[in-house]
Design a binder for this molecule. Structure first.
Ligand SMILES: [Zn+2]
Ligand SMILES: [Zn+2]
Length: 335
């Protein structure tokens, strides 16, 4: 029996453990992938803590996967052994429910989630459904492509869907794994981009990545500062703090919207005038096309900044991500 190394969680709340297990066999509609890199995303905390309906254990997390197809299931068409592919959060859809019949596969009522309803990419090999595979452009290395598959597609998708047009003021709240990509996408999409982040440490880098402006949320009155600039057409909320998000919403201009793409700790408090005084909105965002994000990142030269860890150091990589110490995305590279 061919074996592989994988990191798994044995039960809700248990630590990650490195195990030897059998290399899985792809079912008819799946491919077997030799994993080259897997990003470490805040969403992996759901695997660790069991906060996902119906999750069973043991479970291997990881939904920013890049690897090489090494085996095809019997009914897989359109993919070849040796092709380099990506697998993200969305792990499969049914093609039969009403959302699927509308073409909204991300909203499938029977959707699978990589690393939660099926094993993910913290492993040397994994199986994935063929309908969710993305092609990795040859210009991108596997390590740099991995964060684009979740962090990239979420921020890029949200910015494309936020209603702002070229020249509009867009605020990126938070400058970490999501935020440092969002700044690059926002400026490449032609938005006047302002970063809202704690302290002054990150200002130089934010400006280097294209931000025209930077507001230190620990010292400035952010709402006043944004209003002085005409108000933000969109605020992309990437910092996982309900209180932090609540404090910036008043900086939206009339008709503007805040998009929450992170799971914040604590509730978000919305001052009524934010909604009533000018048709502003606040919404969550989980969508976005992995293929589009990969293509745009290649063409516009948007590059994640990563710290690379071997699979054996998954615990350290996860802890650096959770404590927001990582600059700016942790990626596991399989050897
Ligand atoms: Zn993710
Ligand atoms: Zn469906």
């Amino acid at each position: 029996m061919a074996m592989m190394k994988a990191v798994q969680v044995k039960a809700p709340g248990a630590d990650f453990e490195l195990v030897q297990k059998e290399i899985p066999e792809p079912k008819s509609n799946e491919v077997l992938i030799k994993v080259e890199a897997c990003g470490v995303c805040h969403g992996d905390v759901l695997t660790r803590e069991g906060r996902y309906p119906g999750i069973t254990y043991p479970r291997t997390p990881g939904h920013e996967v890049v690897g090489i197809i090494e085996k095809l299931g019997s009914s897989v068409a359109g993919w070849n052994v040796g092709q380099r592919v990506g697998v993200g959060w969305h792990g499969g859809h049914c093609f039969q429910c009403s959302a699927c019949r509308r073409g909204d596969y991300w909203a499938c009522e029977n959707s699978l989630t990589t690393g939660l309803s099926a094993d993910g990419g913290y492993a040397e090999h994994m199986v994935a459904r063929s309908e969710v595979l993305a092609v990795i452009p040859k210009e991108l290395g596997s390590v740099e492509a991995a964060p684009i598959i979740c962090a990239g597609r979420t921020t890029f998708g949200a910015l494309k869907g936020c209603g702002a047009k070229g020249g509009d003021l867009v605020a990126i709240h938070g400058f970490g794994g999501l935020g440092h990509l969002a700044v690059q996408y926002a400026t490449k999409l032609g938005f006047r981009t302002v970063v809202l982040s704690r302290g002054k440490d990150k200002e130089a880098l934010a400006r280097k990545l294209g931000a025209q402006d930077y507001i230190d949320t620990t010292t400035a009155d952010v709402v006043k500062e944004l209003k002085a600039r005409g108000g933000a057409q969109a605020i992309l909320c990437t910092a996982p703090s309900g209180k932090g998000i609540s404090e910036v919403l008043g900086g939206l201009k009339g008709g503007g919207q805040a998009l929450v793409i992170t799971a914040p700790s604590g509730p978000i408090v919305i001052p009524p005038f934010v909604l009533l005084g000018g048709g502003r909105g606040i919404r969550g965002w989980v969508g976005g096309s992995v293929d589009e994000a990969l293509e745009f990142s290649t063409f516009a030269k948007v590059t994640p900044m990563v710290e690379v860890f071997p699979l054996e150091k998954a615990v350290e990589a996860f802890e650096r991500m959770m404590s927001a110490k990582v600059h700016f995305r942790a990626v596991l590279r399989m050897t």
